[in-house]
Design a protein around this ligand. Structure first.
Ligand SMILES: N[C@@H](CCC(=O)N[C@@H](CS)C(=O)NCC(=O)O)C(=O)O
Length: 269
């Protein structure tokens, strides 16, 4: 088990606040503070910048798949990356607990009876399943809001299953490539009309779920089928580029070699 801490320091936040020309008392205990929109008085004037109001006392613990190619690195689970992206976009500190899924330790099976990652500890309870985890994070930490309106939540949701169908297919004329192209085409048309993200201008939960799946699609179809998203779908391509280049994505993405290794059993079966 290995632990990697990712958190801003209280000192860094304090120095940002001082930069704005005010000195607020800032506890020097390395707690992490969340920023809310609240008005404070500074130098006798009401200032409309925001300062910490509630403390996230310690980093949230998340069990994630460990890399199979590189020691002490995050592995290739798209559901895990979805959860980490949510934590990043909500500026929540977290600790990664890397789990070797090929050799699951006893401590992990005790807290994850299904033996699956991701699991995240919230209010002293371990929660499984990325749907449940991201929903629970949204409820407990509503700012910034990441919820996707229900009528848009399933946009692009068939891309992952059709991608897997095509990846596993051994018969080029079985229609699996066309099924994927159909899903990507309707996503392309949707983003063209409604983008740049699924909910319009701002990134939301549906993008944080789809982004890692498109990353797996790009790497594994490129590797195993020498296939890439056609130029006739420019909105899909620019959507992928936008999401893949976000800092939160770069920080939480798997190594391409892990993605390739992760899909090998499906391709070979
Ligand atoms: N529905 C779950 C799926 C999680 C899942 O399938 N995780 C895979 C890794 S990507 C896993 O832990 N598999 C167990 C194993 O490989 O033994 C979610 O959204 O979190």
């Amino acid at each position: 088990m290995s632990t990697a801490k990712m958190q801003p320091t209280a000192a860094a936040l304090s120095s940002t606040i001082k930069h704005l020309g005010c000195n607020f008392p800032f506890p020097n205990n390395h707690s992490i503070f969340r920023i809310h929109s609240n008005h404070l008085r500074c130098n006798g004037r009401r200032r409309n910048f925001s300062v910490m109001m509630s403390a996230v006392s310690s980093p949230l613990e998340v069990c994630v798949k460990a890399s199979v190619t590189t020691p002490n690195r995050l592995g290739d689970c798209p559901f895990t990356q979805r959860v980490l992206l949510t934590l990043e976009e909500k500026h929540l500190p977290y600790d990664l607990k890397l789990v070797d899924l090929a050799n699951k330790p006893e401590w992990f099976l005790k807290i994850s009876p299904e033996g699956k990652v991701p699991i995240l500890k919230l209010d002293e309870k371990w929660i499984a399943d990325s749907d449940v985890i991201t929903q629970s994070l949204e409820e407990k930490y509503p700012n910034p809001p990441l919820g996707t309106p229900p009528e848009k939540a399933s946009v692009g949701s068939k891309i992952f299953s059709t991608f897997i169908g095509f990846l596993k297919s051994k018969d080029p004329s079985d229609g699996t490539e066309q099924a994927l192209l159909n899903e990507l085409t309707s996503f392309n048309n949707y983003i063209k009309e409604n983008g740049p993200f699924i909910n319009g201008k701002e990134i939301s939960a549906a993008d944080l779920s789809l982004g890692p799946k498109l990353y797996h699609l790009e790497i594994s179809l490129g590797h195993y089928k020498k296939w890439s998203v056609p130029d006739s779908l420019p909105y899909v391509k620019s959507y992928m580029k936008t999401i893949f280049s976000k800092d939160s994505f770069i920080k939480t993405r798997a190594l391409p070699e892990d993605v390739i290794a992760g899909w090998r059993p499906k391709v070979m079966s």
